[in-house]
Design a protein around this ligand. Structure first.
Ligand SMILES: [Zn+2]
Length: 443
């Protein structure tokens, strides 16, 4: 009996060991082993898949968590975290593993985490640049070549840009993420970096249309982005203080518009917002890019609450379905809030669904099926993040029988076109004088 109890204890101990996640750096093989272990231990709550491979052939792993991890369910928004796209910025890579551990072990025990996972599909990619991480041999606080992928490209300059032609070769890691964004209805996202302590939000690039001449490149959803960035900074142990990493650079409230910090072209967050219909912010989580492993536990504790509170924001605003007279979903219908149309209009997915992140308040939501009359609905949006369920507002087009017309925005600098056309329609003084003369002549 005693021996049997001992064996049981030993087995339990082994199981606990298998599930426990240490505070150390997990290289490619250990990272994959850990993700497989989590999936094996929680098969109904997780789904593990690779969205592609790096230049050196390493898998780009994504662990999906939620009550329905393998597929999208109508009404459940998709959320993602991506870390380590700069291979030498490593804190995000490890704290996302601890977030996974926290979510799976809290499910069914902590009512908030249980509700969160029942109502959200959460995609976690601990590393977008596994080759760069492996190339960075030892912890080191400053910039190193491991920032880039194996081809020497900076992945956060490697996406199509909405403002100018980005003449770079799209890398396998970037292509994989672009396809992933295309195939999922992501609503909210963050990408995790290091080398500073701030939450930075779109736009990273700009032109006169977005007001960048004033040193700030404003998106139509600037208020929402400020709220999102502050949600992170104020739930973080110290980011909200805005002291940054040295006295030369401070960030009020721990947030900044990307462009006003420094302009960049081909970044991932602008791409998500313009072409992915996904609001993404960039989280700079550590002054030291690759800190010693014994600091990782403190980084996890500093970020734990913020990481969870940020995911909850995916339930801001309004969501719903657009259907035809037979109740069939209408894909590619344009659904936007009045006064905040996007340069590439936000459209319904294959299930006719839309998700709009909006702060509490009164809005007019405009649904348009191309070729038909628009439908307007006034909605009063409450703060529903604590209920893990955005306000629901469906649209039914009684005169429409289902039609699917493919619609997508070209991957060209859309704001550049907008800037040109707004300059073209602006009447010049010469033109005004000429028109006055013509009017006088023909009176
Ligand atoms: Zn970075």
């Amino acid at each position: 009996m005693r021996a049997a109890t001992g064996e049981v204890a030993a087995v339990l101990c082994l199981l606990a060991l298998a599930a426990a996640l240490d505070f150390g750096y997990h290289h490619a093989e250990e990272l994959e082993a850990y993700l497989r272990e989590v999936h094996a231990a929680h098969p109904a709550l997780t789904h593990l898949h690779s969205i592609g491979r790096s230049v050196e052939g390493r898998d780009l792993w994504v662990l999906v968590l939620g009550r329905f991890p393998t597929q999208h369910k109508i009404g459940i928004p998709e959320f993602k975290y991506v870390a380590n796209m700069h291979g030498d910025e490593t804190v995000g890579r490890e704290i996302l593993l601890h977030l996974i551990d926290y979510l799976v072990t809290s499910y069914g025990r902590d009512p908030n985490i249980t509700k969160l996972l029942n109502n959200t599909r959460i995609h976690i990619m601990p590393t977008m640049n596994p080759d760069g991480f492996e190339a960075t041999k030892v912890p080191h606080c400053y910039y190193s070549r491991g920032r880039y992928n194996k081809n020497g490209e900076d992945l956060n300059r490697n996406f199509p840009d909405a403002f100018e032609n980005n003449n770079v070769t799209i890398q396998p890691e970037t292509r994989a993420v672009m396809n992933w964004i295309k195939n999922e209805t992501f609503v909210l996202s963050a990408n995790l970096h290091g080398g500073a302590l701030v939450a930075s939000y779109t736009f990273d690039n700009g032109n006169s249309v977005t007001g960048s001449s004033k040193g700030y490149s404003r998106s139509p959803d600037d208020d929402v982005f400020i709220h999102l960035a502050k949600t992170y900074s104020f739930n973080h142990a110290s980011m909200y203080k805005g002291t940054g990493c040295d006295s030369r650079q401070t960030f009020p409230d721990g947030i900044t518009n990307g462009y006003s910090w420094y302009q960049l072209e081909g970044g991932m967050q602008d791409y998500n917002y313009v072409w992915g219909q996904c609001f993404e912010i960039t989280l700079e989580l550590s002054c030291c890019k690759y800190p010693p492993a014994d600091q990782l536990e403190k980084f996890w504790m500093d970020n734990k609450v913020a990481l969870v509170e940020y995911i909850k924001q995916v339930h801001l605003g309004v969501k719903g379905q657009v259907t035809d007279r037979n109740g069939n979903p209408i894909p590619n219908a344009i659904v936007e809030a009045q006064g905040r149309s996007h340069v590439c209009p936000y459209r319904t997915n294959a299930h006719g669904e839309y998700f709009l992140l909006l702060l509490p308040g009164k809005y007019v939501i405009n649904a348009t099926v191309p070729g038909f009359k628009s439908m307007l609905k006034t909605v009063e949006i409450p703060d529903n993040t604590a209920n893990f369920n955005a306000l629901k507002q469906d649209f039914s087009f009684s005169e429409v029988s289902i039609r699917t017309r493919p619609a997508s925005c070209p991957k060209v600098p859309l704001y550049q076109e907008l800037e040109r056309s707004s300059a073209a329609v602006k009447p010049t003084l010469h033109l005004l004088v000429l028109m006055a003369a013509v009017i006088l002549l023909f009176r």
